[in-house]
Design a protein around this ligand. Structure first.
Ligand code: 5GP
Length: 178
């Protein structure tokens, strides 16, 4: 186990890279099986999902496209509930199968808002693929199709996820030491 310091907080190794990649490959396998005939459009929600997106895409063997969007709602270590507008979606999703690629679903409010925004553009189907879910924090009823890992409520960083902009570069996932 290793301990890292980011600003005022210390974090310890929680999920090693090997385990993350194993679960990401499993999720990719499920997507390969389910969506092979529909040329899905993956919408990677930046910034947090960039590593997950890259590793997921490497395992996809079906015709598919990808686009990158932003919908930021988070400051510090607690979800604010505020959501900003969706930016970066320039193509039509009408009639398409869309797969949202997220880093983490916490309360689910960000995802709920994103779903509403995307549904207004008349896609055929929307699926959610997320690296992490905090099941005990979920406040809304969401149908999450692909989940790499469920985790407890603690604040985590690494593998794309940040604390105040820092820590996205770590290959393992770390959890805060209280
Ligand atoms: P929600 O709207 O589901 O409460 O929050 C979703 C967003 O909050 C995620 O996309 C992510 O940016 C942020 N978030 C939630 N939990 C954590 C966490 O433990 N660590 C980090 N770095 N971000 C988190």
């Amino acid at each position: 186990m290793s301990v890292i310091q980011i600003k005022d907080k210390r974090f310890k190794t929680f999920i090693p890279e090997e385990k993350i990649l194993q679960e990401v490959a499993r999720v990719a396998g499920e997507i390969n099986r389910d969506l092979k005939d529909c040329n899905p459009l993956f919408l990677s929600v930046l910034n947090g999902s960039f590593m997950f997106t890259a590793d997921l895409m490497k395992h996809l063997e079906i015709p598919c496209e990808i686009s990158f969007v932003k919908l930021a709602s988070y400051e510090g270590t607690s979800s604010s509930g505020k959501v900003k507008e969706l930016v970066g979606l320039n193509e039509s999703i009408e009639g398409r199968t869309v797969v949202i690629v997220e880093d983490i679903v916490d309360t689910g409010l960000t995802m709920q808002r994103l779903l509403e925004t995307l549904r207004a553009r008349n896609p055929k189907d929307i699926r959610i693929a997320t690296l992490l879910v905090k099941p005990d924090k979920l406040k809304v009823d969401l149908d999450i199709h692909y989940v790499a890992m469920n985790i407890p409520n603690d604040f985590i960083v690494g593998y794309g996820l940040d604390y105040d902009g820092l820590g996205r570069n770590y290959r393992d996932i770390y959890t805060v030491i209280e």
